[in-house]
Design a protein around this ligand. Structure first.
Ligand code: SAM
Length: 232
């Protein structure tokens, strides 16, 4: 059975998509969606030998060799332009997901949808999407095994411009998640808020250098935003 996290990612893959799952590890996600009949063709990409072998083994065991091809390579290097219309990247940090998208930019022209699940730093991904012609169409937040996960769904397009303050908040918290303000969302940002507060307290005891001052200002900004978001 698929984790709730990957099940939620799968829910955002449009039926009939040609899929690439990058950083697929055991290829559980492509196997699941192909078995369900949601997808008829998928690429499972892996850069590391061990997980690459696990993916190949899993596809073999499930008898899905005709529909899933497992390829070894870095990021979007494993797909050629026009080959897929949906890409999933799950279970990595936001910075790594962003660098995979940035390095493989030219492969994305035929891609209609990205479904991304960063373990941390979703803000980095939202920033990249905004600056590279993608608009968010949905977001999810969920808790599983005492970890909180965010899922970001984007399609090609130009976002409507917004006042700077609103934009900063939406990039950090996620426009859809911010509107919904679920209990899990509040739990996540309350934890973050407490962490930032603790770091700020520590920094306040350190000597002022340009670096610590900048860090403090950045934290104060984020703390203010989180306090505001959590206050109503
Ligand atoms: N996507 C699966 C999931 O969400 O359960 C597996 C997540 S696993 C924690 C991250 C996987 O991404 C690892 O197997 C790792 O080898 C792979 N990975 C990391 N960087 C990669 C890259 N640049 N290109 C392809 N795969 C990568």
């Amino acid at each position: 059975k698929l984790s709730q996290r990957l099940e939620t990612v799968a829910n955002y893959i449009p039926k009939g998509s040609r899929l690439a799952d990058i950083g697929s590890d055991h290829a559980y996600l492509p196997c699941h969606v192909v078995k369900k009949g949601l997808v008829s063709f998928a690429i499972a990409g892996e850069v590391v030998e061990g997980p690459f072998q696990s993916a190949k083994r899993q596809v073999e065991i499930e008898g899905l060799n005709d529909q899933i091809t497992v390829r070894k390579g870095n990021g979007l290097e494993v797909i050629s332009s026009g080959e897929v219309d949906c890409i999933t990247i799950a279970g990595m940090g936001g910075a790594l997901i962003t660098s995979i998208l940035e390095e493989g930019k030219e492969k994305l022209s035929s891609t209609k949808r990205l479904v991304l699940q960063p373990n941390i730093s979703a803000v980095t991904i939202r920033n990249w999407l905004l600056n590279n012609g993608w608009v968010l169409i949905a977001e999810e937040i969920l808790e599983e095994d005492e970890k909180i996960y965010e899922i970001i769904v984007a399609e090609q397009g130009i976002a409507t411009s917004k006042p700077r303050e609103d934009l900063q908040k939406e990039l950090l918290f996620g426009p859809f998640l911010l509107k919904e303000k679920s209990d899990i969302f509040k739990k996540k940002w309350l934890t973050e808020l407490n962490n930032w507060q603790r770091i700020l307290d520590q920094l306040s005891r350190a000597a002022d250098t340009e670096e610590t001052i900048n860090k403090k200002n950045e934290l104060i900004k984020k703390i203010e935003m989180a306090e505001e978001v959590l206050s109503h």
